[in-house]
Design a binder for this molecule. Structure first.
Ligand code: ADP
Ligand code: MG
Length: 223
């Protein structure tokens, strides 16, 4: 049996304040390879804290987080950064594309850590193929529709062949037509075996995932 991609065990995150804020409380979650999980919950419930934890951008106060079987909570900063760079692809609501670079450059230049530099441009072209954006490779992001920008951002996230695609409100800036296109793409990526976690407050988005978990006041429950 493979290790699950994500295994959180009793993860808590408290922020120092008076009284302390308990953003995650004893969260346990296991996500297998190929799972597509939506995380829902009201504003302030702990979704971003969970995403930051899963993305190795924040450390739990207590508990264990194994990513591909690697215990991440005890890694030093450099090792954590390498694990993040090689195993996690991020997709954000606001796309975060470089405005003065072409789509292809945005994808190819994303890779800061490791990777095989010689094949970088070929792999960027293939990533664009996978999101149906080959015909926009030479465009500047400003000339793209919102849906195309997000597809370019997803191609960038796929560049390093991550084990985990972590999406934070990926359709939050899109109209309904472009939302549908991006959700279709996530379905295709799921079919290709990608492991996807999507944070969203939109029912339309969470309905597409195979599995839904809810966070309320830092407590996670399976739906
Ligand atoms: P969501 O993304 O679901 O809106 P968050 O994870 O951003 O929720 O926040 C969960 C709780 O933790 C909220 O009460 C928020 O105010 C608090 N919180 C988040 N980040 C910090 C921080 N850096 N310092 C103090 N409190 C924080
Ligand atoms: Mg948030």
């Amino acid at each position: 049996m493979d290790d699950p991609v994500i295994r959180l065990t009793d993860v808590s995150r408290e922020f120092p304040a008076d009284p302390p804020v308990r953003a995650l409380h004893r969260v346990s979650l296991s996500v297998a390879k190929g799972d597509y999980v939506a995380v829902v919950g009201p504003s302030g419930s702990g979704k971003s804290t969970l995403l930051n934890t899963l993305g190795l951008l924040d450390r739990p106060t207590s508990g264990s987080y194994r990513l591909d079987g690697i215990e991440t909570t005890t890694l030093k900063d450099g090792a954590r950064t390498r694990v993040r760079g090689s195993r996690i692809g991020f997709v954000f609501q606001a796309f975060h594309l470089l405005p003065h670079r072409t789509v292809l450059e945005n994808v190819a230049l994303a890779e800061v850590y490791g990777g095989d530099r010689r094949n970088r441009w070929r792999r960027a072209e293939r990533a664009l193929e996978r999101v149906g954006m080959t015909h926009r490779a030479g465009f500047m992001p400003g000339r793209l529709s919102g849906g195309e920008r997000q597809r370019a951002a997803i191609a960038r996230a796929l560049m390093g062949r991550p084990s985990l695609l972590l999406c934070d409100e990926p359709t939050g800036n899109l109209d309904s037509r472009n939302t549908a296109l991006v959700l279709d793409l996530l379905d295709e990526l799921r079919e290709q075996g990608h492991t996807i976690v999507v944070i969203t407050h939109e029912d339309e988005v969470s309905a597409r995932a195979g599995r839904r978990v809810r966070i309320t006041d830092g407590i996670l429950t399976e739906e």
